[in-house]
Design a protein around this ligand. Structure first.
Ligand code: CA
Length: 227
């Protein structure tokens, strides 16, 4: 799941990004309103965490434009001002929830999970499956043949991507941008290492093998390798 944070205060932005990445989400951070608006309109995000006081264009302006553009992803706005009018205004403009700064990260994470759960119910299954492998998006849990498998945040994000696009050969560059949110040099083996670790957990002890290397191209997850 992909989250956009729009926050100009460097410490807060970095702290939120790090926390959400550690919680297993893919995160982009915009540091002003116009960048935030541009990214939010791409339609790539499952949720936006939006600060109100921003340079360029304030959070109200971002929210209004995003909603007018027909984007319906949940928006959690952050306000430093504990004013009833602000909260009412945000909710009227189409925000789904708000938090007053300063807040505990655990509280933000709880709100984020609740909002994502609502969004997921509306538009997609909560569990991704291939053969006897199951990835539960809401509980952040992976099972194979009925046994729980512990994955790191990156392994989880990698498996989620492979499952969402099963049957499709995913180039390393796409995996790098979607899971690590960056571009890797072609000679890096970060992805190979991650895939090997993921396989050791979800494939090696089981049959059939689901993740396949397509030489010179990338990786594919398929339930039926003959297909
Ligand atoms: Ca701010």
């Amino acid at each position: 799941m992909k989250i956009l944070i729009v926050e100009d205060e460097p410490k807060t932005g970095d702290y939120l990004r790090q926390g959400l990445v550690e919680a297993g989400y893919v995160v982009d951070l915009a540091r002003d309103g116009l960048d935030g608006l541009h990214l939010a309109q791409s339609g790539e995000y499952d949720l936006v965490v939006l600060d109100v006081m921003l340079p360029g264009l304030d959070g109200w302006g971002v929210l209004r434009t995003v909603r007018r553009g027909g984007h319906e992803m949940p928006v959690l706005f952050l306000t430093a001002r504990d004013q009833v009018e602000d909260r009412v205004r945000g909710l009227e403009l189409g925000a789904d929830d708000y938090l007053v700064k300063p807040f505990a990260f655990s509280e933000l994470l709880a709100r984020v999970r609740t909002l994502l759960r609502r969004g997921v119910r509306a538009k997609e299954p909560e569990v991704l499956r291939a053969a006897d492998l199951e990835l539960d998006l809401l509980r952040r849990r992976v099972m194979r043949a009925g046994a729980r498998i512990d994955l790191t945040a990156k392994e989880f994000a990698l498996l989620e991507l492979l499952l969402r696009r099963q049957g499709e050969v995913l180039p390393r560059s796409l995996i790098a941008s979607q899971v690590w949110d960056m571009n890797f040099d072609s000679d890096t083996n970060v992805i190979e290492v991650a895939v090997r670790r993921l396989r050791a957990k979800v494939d090696d002890p089981f049959d059939p093998k689901l993740i396949r290397t397509v030489r010179g191209m990338g990786y594919v997850l398929e339930a039926d390798p003959r297909a």
